[in-house]
Design a protein around this ligand. Structure first.
Ligand code: ZN
Ligand code: ZN
Length: 293
């Protein structure tokens, strides 16, 4: 007898919309790819509008916020019963952003709030970089801890994206004391952390965070959320198998995602099996349906 068909279980928790001006594809195309991958759902986490000029060319304007919600709602209705489409936000944190983000987060019933420090932004570099790269790296980690301590976020995203600013230069080892303190503070704040597969696309071609930092996160038993950070539909669910391999090699058995701001756990072995089985079946069904339209 065949084993019973598995249900889809897993969400991809990090993806964008064209409103941020550097992503392509309508939300429906992301949901479609999620169906093919065997995901249960997707959470849109487009870049937050800000109330001051802060990399305005890489985010939606506040006047587009209603449009963001209606785009996600439109995809939710289109895929109801097939892919569970949820509303989230990737909010930019820097010291001083707290009041704005508190107000912004109250504007919609978000399922998931991802807190990001983006040290590649010109404004961030102008404020915090003064020729000493090591000091800049430490400042970035101080800000990650501060972000968690605001309580504004469910999860802290891509926690070594700083390596993308200086791909050949950044090494965690020389500032491991600061990183360790940051992880202790994030653990104490009860905030989850992201394993982001998008780093595999760009130099230095490894996930965010690297294995060195991931090991420290795992040591502290901080809940880990896997996200693709898709800026185009085909990246939805991309390289989740590599994320699972990295986590399992460190002895991690469960991954997490948030719905209604509440953390859910899934075992990695169940997640793998559900992606394989439901992804394969849905792929067949979608290909079959496409032949006859
Ligand atoms: Zn982006
Ligand atoms: Zn993102």
């Amino acid at each position: 007898m065949n084993p019973p068909a598995m249900e889809a279980l897993l969400y991809d928790t990090h993806m964008h919309t064209p409103l941020c001006k550097h992503a392509s594809g309508e939300p429906e195309a992301y949901a479609e790819q999620a169906a093919r991958k065997g995901l249960k759902g997707v959470i849109f986490t487009c870049h937050s509008p800000m109330n001051i000029p802060y990399s305005a060319h890489l985010r939606m304007d506040i006047t587009q916020f209603d449009q963001y919600m209606s785009m996600v709602e439109r995809a939710r209705l289109a895929y109801e019963g097939h892919v569970d489409v949820r509303l989230g936000l990737e909010s930019d944190y820097f010291p001083g952003a707290e009041a704005w983000l508190t107000e912004l987060h109250a504007r919609a019933p978000f399922d998931y709030l991802l807190g990001s420090v983006h040290p590649q932004m010109v404004e961030y570099q102008r404020w915090y970089f003064n020729e000493d790269a090591q000091a800049f790296y430490r400042t970035y980690y101080e800000h990650l801890a501060m972000a968690a301590e605001t309580g504004l976020f469910d999860c802290i995203s891509h926690p070594d994206v700083i390596k993308f600013v200086h791909p050949n230069q950044f090494k965690p080892e020389p500032i491991m004391d600061t990183i360790a303190q940051t992880l202790d503070r994030i653990k104490a704040a009860g905030t989850a952390m992201e394993l982001n597969t998008s780093g595999l696309n760009k130099s230095p071609y490894e996930m965010y965070p690297s294995n060195t930092i991931l090991t420290e996160i795992v040591k502290r038993d901080i809940p880990i959320v896997v996200g693709s950070d898709a800026h185009e539909p085909k990246r939805v669910g991309a390289d989740f198998d590599k994320a699972f391999d990295a986590l399992e090699s460190l002895g991690v058995q469960h991954i997490h995602f948030f719905l209604n701001r509440t953390r859910q756990a899934v075992s990695i072995s169940d997640a793998r099996a559900s992606l394989r089985q439901t992804g394969g079946l849905r792929q067949l069904a979608l290909d079959f349906a496409q032949k006859f339209v």
